[in-house]
Design a protein around this ligand. Structure first.
Ligand SMILES: [Zn+2]
Ligand SMILES: [Zn+2]
Length: 140
């Protein structure tokens, strides 16, 4: 499947809609405690995107940003709770998009796992991808 020219995404209720018009970067699964709690899931899946290729179609003014103790900022829709993206103040030119909010299909797959040291004990990683105990990749 050829990768599309652009990717559309949205939150659960549809108030927040965005478009990525450039090639996204690396997709990875994060097992850190903050991701597990904030996504209420075993792990989060994010993809790196240059902020300059991200445009909001609607709802940007509604996004609410929570700053975790680690300094990571997560922006979510206050109506439905969907975390749309996260970013750090130390690397403001890049954002991590929640892959689960994409409406456009992609052939990309997570390339590795990070913060495996804090993964949920009831979750088994079975995909054979590299497992990094802490941070890895862009911005670290
Ligand atoms: Zn929403
Ligand atoms: Zn995380």
């Amino acid at each position: 499947m050829p990768e599309p020219e652009s990717y559309d995404g949205s939150c659960l209720c549809g108030a927040v809609r965005y478009r990525i018009t450039g090639p996204p970067g690396t997709m990875s699964n994060c097992h850190c405690t903050d991701c597990r709690k904030s996504h209420a899931a075993a792990f989060s899946t994010y993809i790196d995107v240059d902020r300059s290729v991200l445009r909001f179609v609607s709802g940007e003014d509604r996004l609410t940003t929570y700053r975790a103790l680690s300094g990571t900022m997560r922006s979510f829709c206050p109506t439905c709770g969907t975390i749309v993206l996260c970013f750090t103040e130390t690397d403001p030119d890049w954002v991590d998009i929640s892959v689960a909010t994409l409406d456009t299909a992609t052939a990309k797959r997570p390339e590795y796992h990070i913060f495996v040291r804090s993964k949920a004990p009831w979750h088994d990683i079975l995909d054979g991808k590299p497992q990094h105990q802490a941070a890895y990749g862009r911005g670290y």
